[in-house]
Design a protein around this ligand. Structure first.
Ligand SMILES: NC(=O)c1ccc[n+]([C@@H]2O[C@H](COP(=O)([O-])OP(=O)(O)OC[C@H]3O[C@@H](n4cnc5c(N)ncnc54)[C@H](OP(=O)(O)O)[C@@H]3O)[C@@H](O)[C@H]2O)c1
Length: 329
């Protein structure tokens, strides 16, 4: 049976004002899908890139929005095994359409949610936590005795990655834009925090590491930090460029990273680190276990009513949020 959901859609690329709430039909779930009523929805910086049309190829318009949600199954499509009506599930990494009261989700992306975690916590931690999981454990190998630089250490991914690195015995230098965020970064486990909007960060990293440089830079800021990040690495260190919240990274002359110390540069995506179902499940298990055994604290959550998605976008884009941002229908 087709039902009517409320969903955010945008018909032009641009600012948050382009998000409009509409009634949309949701058909009965197709083969391999379940239909859920969302109980909490994750807001991620990637939603802003989608809304602005940053990625090539751009998604066709009008477009739904949102890559992450938690909800209760209300209908099951044909050929679905392992899920039942009433189960609470979560998904992260698409398909687009999370900013909706109801939607159909392919079970290939669906994960059962541990009963001791509420929906808000899961919506705050799944996409960002799966990102932190692959960055810290699978994209690079970094362990006790090593020092890393982590930008935006009071943000969504940054807060979780920082706690996980610290729990793994890594020394973490975090960057943030304000003193208030510095307090949060320290609470996340940063050993040192740099206010990078004041005087940059390269000199302070050199001072902290006694000119040795760091093993890894986790750089989600992009345009404003990329070049300086490269200069913070020790010889044979790795720049993990995993986002561009300040704008696209400048072109890289590959020859230049030889002169800087035989560096490695990678541009990873959660899509490639969780495409395989077994990898997705084991990453989620590692995340839920880390929350369960206290390695990761329940996240700071900045929560907005579902109808206020445009405000959530405006605040996230203006660097006015800390921790994870969610919508609650
Ligand atoms: N590649 C992947 O697989 C993957 C997956 C998930 C997320 N990401 C990336 O990870 C980053 C963090 O995502 P998130 O959802 O957790 O967001 P977030 O960290 O909560 O918010 C972004 C933060 O970036 C910092 N920032 C620096 N310059 C900025 C600017 N010009 N405009 C806006 N923010 C700026 C701000 O922190 P300060 O105020 O402290 O500077 C801001 O709070 C994003 O770049 C996102 O694209 C990548």
């Amino acid at each position: 049976m087709t039902i009517t959901a409320q969903a955010f859609v945008f018909s032009e690329y641009g600012g948050p004002e382009n998000l409009t709430l509409q009634d949309i039909p949701v058909p009965a779930p197709a083969a391999g899908e379940v239909q859920i009523a969302h109980t909490a929805i994750g807001v991620n910086f990637i939603d802003i890139y989608h809304r602005k049309g940053v990625f090539a190829p751009k998604q066709p318009l009008p477009s739904p929005l949102g890559m992450e949600g938690v909800g209760t199954i209300r209908a099951i499509g044909p050929d679905v095994t392992g899920f039942r009506t009433g189960d609470r599930i979560a998904y992260a990494g698409g398909p687009l359409g999370g900013y909706a009261t109801h939607r159909n989700v392919p079970t290939a992306r669906a994960l059962k949610v541990p009963s001791d975690l509420n929906s808000e916590t899961v919506a705050a931690m799944l996409f960002k936590g799966l990102t932190a999981e692959y960055l810290v454990h699978r994209c690079v190998t970094v362990g006790p005795g090593e020092t890393v630089l982590l930008h935006a250490a009071a943000g969504g991914v940054g807060s979780i990655a920082c706690q996980w690195l610290k729990a793994n015995g890594v020394k973490v230098i975090g960057t943030v834009s304000t003193q208030e965020k510095a307090e949060i970064a320290y609470a996340n486990g940063c050993d040192e925090v740099i206010l990078y909007t004041q005087d940059g960060f390269q000199m302070q990293v050199a001072e902290i590491t006694r000119d040795k440089g760091v093993s890894v830079v986790f750089d989600s800021v992009g345009a404003d930090t990329f070049t300086e990040s490269l200069r913070c690495l020790r010889p044979r260190g790795t720049l993990v460029s995993f986002g561009e919240s300040s704008g696209p990274v400048p072109p890289l002359n590959v020859a230049s990273i030889g002169g800087l110390g035989s560096l490695f540069v990678t541009r990873p995506s959660i899509a490639h680190y969780t495409a395989d179902r077994r990898e997705l499940e084991s990453a989620a298990q590692r995340l839920f276990a880390a929350i369960g055994d206290g390695k990761l604290h329940r996240p700071r959550v900045t929560s907005y009513a579902f109808e206020d998605a445009a405000s959530a976008h405006a605040d996230l884009e203006a660097r006015a949020t800390t921790g994870s941002v969610i919508l609650v229908p």
